[in-house]
Design a protein around this ligand. Structure first.
Ligand code: DHB
Ligand code: FE
Length: 290
């Protein structure tokens, strides 16, 4: 059976991709941010995932405001990045695992998540930047990938609770896949930031630190906020935290914290990194099918 080896959550700011392209990792501005990833990479070497399920937000590259699915799952053999206008180099293509994608899609729909399945899907910086942070250095990506998009862009957003439950359903889907695969679940975005309007530049360190604590031991506490609470507390793009909640939902009840990092700011954003391992074996239960 497939096994979730752990979960990682990280910010996905385009400026990070530019810093990687220019080799600025050791510069004083960047060092505290990039240093956080050394432990994550060491952990990945031991965890040896075959596949990364990447839960993120599409910022307008694949979906635009005219067609905005709440939840979408990639089901392609490969995924391409494209120029989003940030000046980022276009990332090397990512291999998919279409068989696992279709298993996830069938299981999620059986579990009452009526997702959009995408046999073609462009992946944006929220997917490519975290991948480059975790597996730097070029060459073939060492994992296959499954992109999963949650609408944290345009009203109405799903609730944090719904995203947590979506993550739990993803966890059940992975755990019921009969192939022997080691799966990493990655959630990208956050922490607090707002890029537009009167509160542009808004950061809430107190709330971010609460999120870092709660995501480990009490994710249900974060799932009790409404999406509008998150806008107020974390900024209009801070709602990307919902991707962290979905990642956490895919893990089992008890997790072990391997590593965290928090650094303010990179560009306009409070950056967070969290590496978690499953403490207990998952229970496979499909409430909607029961
Ligand atoms: C920034 C942050 C984001 O999450 C994003 O998607 C784009 C830009 C920023 O802080 O610059
Ligand atoms: Fe973003």
């Amino acid at each position: 059976m497939a096994q979730i080896v752990g979960g990682i959550a990280t910010s996905h700011i385009p400026a990070i991709g530019n810093a990687i392209a220019k080799g600025l990792q050791e510069e004083p501005y960047w060092r505290p941010f990039f240093a956080g990833f050394e432990r994550a990479r060491a952990w990945l070497k031991e965890a040896r995932p075959d596949v990364a399920v990447v839960i993120y937000k599409d910022h307008g590259l694949n979906f635009f405001l005219d067609k905005m699915p709440t939840f979408a799952v990639g089901a392609a053999a490969a995924y391409r990045h494209a120029d989003e206008g940030w000046g980022l180099p276009v990332a090397r293509p990512f291999a998919g695992d279409a068989a696992l994608s279709w298993h996830l899609i069938e299981s999620l729909v059986a579990d009452a998540f009526d997702i959009v399945s995408c046999q073609e899907m462009l992946v944006d910086h929220a997917f490519t930047v975290p991948m480059s942070l975790l597996w730097p250095g070029g060459g073939e990506w060492p994992v296959k990938t499954i992109p999963i998009v949650i609408n944290t862009v345009q009203h109405p957003l799903p609730s944090p609770k719904r995203c947590f439950h979506f993550g739990q359903a993803i966890g059940r889907a992975i755990a019921s896949y009969p192939e022997k695969l080691r799966v990493l679940v990655l959630g990208t975005g956050g922490l607090s930031h707002q890029l537009e309007g009167a509160r542009a530049g808004f950061i809430n360190k107190k709330f971010d630190l609460l999120c870092l604590d709660k995501i480990v031991a009490h994710p249900e506490a974060l799932a009790r906020y409404t999406a509008m609470d998150l806008v107020a507390l974390a900024g209009s793009q801070g709602v990307e935290l919902m991707n962290w909640l979905a990642m956490r939902g895919a893990l089992t009840g008890e997790v072990r914290e391997i590593h965290r990092n928090y650094h303010i700011p990179i560009s306009n954003t409070a950056t967070g990194l969290m590496v978690l391992e499953n403490e207990t074996l998952p229970t496979i239960r499909h409430p909607a099918a029961a």
